[in-house]
Design a protein around this ligand. Structure first.
Ligand code: FDP
Length: 351
């Protein structure tokens, strides 16, 4: 906990002073995202009142159209970002295609890929949801940004982070100089530094995965999860299962407490469910900057070259020892598999 009150804007300015070599311009994009997050937060905390004032997607008692929250989040971010002159092009979970800067608005140097409201199936149950964002430099030089600008590997990110809307709302980000977390103080409308230089534990004791998909998983993932449930003092097993079903919430908890979040590919969906550009890559940047790892089972997420805006990827992310062990199981290289094969009692898979 810091010993004095520091707002997000003060912190960002201070970082710019300490690193004059960084252009710093994209930090204003970050502050714009924070502004949009405050507006989305206001709508999120009122989401439970929707049934009282009128159902989502229909008309409320004032005769106003009530927007779906994820559409509202998308439009809010677009409205805030489009007018600043920093943006070249945008990709959002809510839009099939890339989104150009509106006609007449100034065009800038940066690309923003975002998921406006992640975990949206949890909205009606009042469970945590989030916004994930990734800021990249454009590749093309002039005019509207293009698909080429959007489809860049995660290692090219200048900044990435997320906002977690919940019992308290937090913004967590990295610009490649550690991971810093800010908690929203609604009475003054500011994000205040609450978690400077977040470091994730080397090993956790939590695993987060939708185990309902077990029967469709490949053997490596099955064996790894079965292994996590066996007792072993040295590796702190058995692990605890925790799965909210909102990526941001599951990732954030594991970032602080340690552990592994997994959304593997399976027999039905070989690439899993999560999107590379605006889910896996930004969280991979955060995870690595906190001392963690992010992998698709074989490769570093930050190295994957996207070929489509809504491309999916398997994701294994969290504490470094956990992610490395998981990779070893997936690649059939973990010593436990071979030790058990020698004794003719391989780690059983349940189906
Ligand atoms: P949602 O569909 O509710 O938007 O990527 C979207 C996501 O949620 C993640 O936030 C979440 O971790 C995952 O999907 C949950 O998927 P399952 O329901 O298949 O577990």
């Amino acid at each position: 906990m810091p010993d004095r009150v520091v707002t997000l804007s003060q912190f960002v300015l201070q970082q710019e002073r300490e690193h004059p070599e960084a252009s710093g311009e994209f930090t204003s994009v970050l502050l714009d995202i924070a502004l949009a997050a405050k507006m989305i937060n206001k709508a999120v905390v009122r989401a439970g009142l929707v049934d009282i004032v009128g159902a989502t997607g229909s008309t409320n008692v004032q005769g106003e159209k009530v927007q779906k929250l994820d559409v509202y989040a998308h439009e809010t971010i677009m409205r805030v970002l489009a007018s600043t002159g920093q943006l070249a092009v945008v990709a959002s979970e809510e839009d099939e295609d890339i989104v150009a800067v509106p006609k007449g608005a100034p065009i800038g140097k940066y690309v923003v890929n975002f998921d406006p409201l992640d975990g949206s199936s949890n909205i009606d149950a009042n469970v945590n949801i989030g916004t994930i964002f990734s800021i990249l430099p454009r590749l093309t030089r002039t005019g509207q940004g293009t698909l080429e600008d959007v489809l860049q590997a995660g290692r090219r990110q200048l900044c990435a982070g997320y906002v977690l809307y919940g019992s308290s709302t937090m913004l967590v980000y990295t610009t490649g100089d550690g991971v810093h977390g800010f908690t929203f103080e609604p009475s003054i409308g500011e994000f205040l530094l609450s978690h400077p230089s977040i470091k994730t534990p080397e090993r956790g004791h939590i695993y987060s995965v939708n185990e309902g998909n077990y029967a469709r998983w490949l053997d490596g993932v099955k064996r790894y999860v079965d292994w996590l449930k066996m007792s072993d003092k040295e590796t702190n097993r058995p692990y605890s299962a925790r799965y909210v079903g909102s990526l941001v919430a599951d990732f954030h908890r594991n970032l602080l407490y340690g552990g592994i979040y997994m959304y593997p590919g399976d027999l039905k969906n070989p690439q899993g469910k999560l999107r590379l550009l605006y889910e896996a890559a930004p969280l991979a940047f955060v995870a690595e900057q906190a001392g963690g790892c992010a992998s698709d089972g074989a490769r570093r997420i930050m190295e994957l070259a996207p070929s489509a805006v809504h491309q999916r990827t398997p994701l294994f992310i969290g504490s470094p020892l956990d992610v490395r062990e998981c990779e070893q199981f997936i690649q059939d290289k973990h010593p436990a598999i071979h030790a058990d094969r020698r004794t003719n009692s391989p780690i059983p898979t349940r189906m």
